[in-house]
Ligand binder design. Structure first.
Ligand code: ADP
Ligand code: MG
Length: 390
């Protein structure tokens, strides 16, 4: 079993690069993973259930506190160069580029009453950007884990989840929930994170695909998504309308057995949106039960049903995602679905080890034939959550 394998930069190299850039050794090095969502899509903001896991791709940050208020940030990715900011003068919505993620965390900590001085930070991440694996939360979770320790703020995991959410919602301006940072902060090797988005209760559920002779393939379609997109806002609005008409605080409170009655109360489109959320919550619960009782080889049908529901009821898939899912299924995957907010991003395909190469080749071939951009395909395993690594 190799669930803790790491692909990020070795800590020693990052410390050397930090020294070369900032002229001193870092106070420490902290890492936080990206995440993939196994099942439970668009259930988070309906106070429902999700089942993501922390992946073996992560953001690693070397950080050293400064005596003044200056923040200096450098990423090994891209050519944006050194970014400088004043930690004492942060204003939501004004920061462009990747600096908004670490600075958003500083701002949220300050608003929470934690005094944060300036610091130097070097970031190295192998979480692919914009693929639906939450590269932004990986950065935020690494930074908040580092600052929580260095400022001796003693924040709980729940606090850090809320603060990174505030950083994204208010400082960055992205209307995201609590799933991504919960997985990144609270994940564990070999485990999926069963999260109740109503009260943040977390239960770790064994998900050791390798042991069951399976791999979880991520197929990054390279189709770009945007949370700011009207599609996301309109889905949220439909869910709110559905809950209001059905007289419940959130769609979490609607059971599958209530759907028949709901059909008579809602317009057809709102009903389809509601049906996705209600059945998806149920699928998360069934997946958790199947993982506990039988193991990963028994969750395929829930992944397939989840995809169909997102394609037909929630209408957030796209031709690239459908092709990835259908092709993976046709060539051996035991279950596959789009993952993430939709309208692009990645699909996951739970695949027998023996069929992995066949599925990879078939998906690439199908994309070429359809004239789509060549997808990136890689495996992910459940890895430890945010931690100090040096
Ligand atoms: P996702 O979180 O799904 O990957 P987002 O759009 O929320 O997509 O976040 C992607 C953004 O995160 C990038 O545009 C960039 O600003 C930032 N980012 C991610 N990884 C890095 C990195 N290694 N270096 C600099 N910025 C990064
Ligand atoms: Mg993000």
């Amino acid at each position: 079993m190799n669930t803790t394998a790491r692909t990020g930069a070795p800590a020693g190299n990052l410390a050397d690069r930090f020294h070369a850039t900032f002229g001193a050794a870092p106070d420490g090095i902290w890492a936080a993973p990206g995440r993939v969502n196994l099942i439970g899509e668009h259930t988070d903001y309906n106070e429902g259930f999700v089942l993501p896991f922390a992946i073996d791709k992560r953001a690693t940050t070397a950080l050293r506190l400064r005596a003044d208020h200056t923040v200096r940030l450098l990423s090994t990715f891209g050519d944006q160069g050194l970014v400088e900011a004043d930690a004492a003068a942060l204003v939501p919505g004004t920061v462009k580029g990747w600096a908004k993620y670490p600075l958003g965390v500083v701002w949220a900590l300050q608003r929470h009453g934690v005094e944060v001085s300036g610091f130097d930070l070097l970031l190295d991440s192998d979480v692919p950007l914009g693929a639906g694996l939450s590269s932004s939360h990986a950065i935020e979770c690494a930074v908040i884990t580092a600052l929580n320790e260095l400022t001796r703020a003693r924040l709980s995991a729940e606090d850090m989840v809320r603060l990174t959410q505030r950083a994204e919602n208010v400082f960055v301006g992205a209307p995201t929930g609590i799933m991504d940072q919960s997985a990144s902060l609270r994940g564990a090797a070999g485990q999926a994170v069963f999260l109740d988005c109503r009260d943040q209760a977390v239960q770790l559920v064994p998900f050791d695909a390798r042991e069951a002779g399976l791999v979880l393939l991520v197929i990054d379609t390279k189709v770009s998504h945007s949370h700011a997109d009207g599609g996301y806002a309109s889905r949220r609005a439909s869910c709110e309308l559905g809950a209001e008409v059905l007289g419940v605080p959130a769609l979490r409170d609607v059971a599958v057995a209530d759907l028949e009655e709901a059909a008579g109360l809602l317009d057809p489109e709102t009903f389809r949106r509601v049906r996705h959320v209600v059945t998806e919550n149920d699928r998360v619960l069934q997946t958790v039960e199947a993982l506990r009782a039988q193991g990963p080889a028994h969750i395929g049908r829930f992944l397939d049903a989840s995809h169909a529901s997102m394609r037909d009821d929630f209408e957030i898939s796209c031709p690239e995602l459908d092709l990835a899912v259908d092709t993976a299924r046709a060539h051996g995957a035991i279950g596959a679905r789009m993952t993430g907010g939709g309208f692009g991003g990645s699909a996951v395909a739970l695949t027998p080890v023996d069929d992995e190469q066949q599925v990879r080749a078939a998906v690439v071939r199908a994309f070429t034939e359809a004239g789509f951009t060549r997808p990136d395909i890689f495996t992910v395993t459940p890895a430890p959550g945010a931690e100090r690594i040096s």
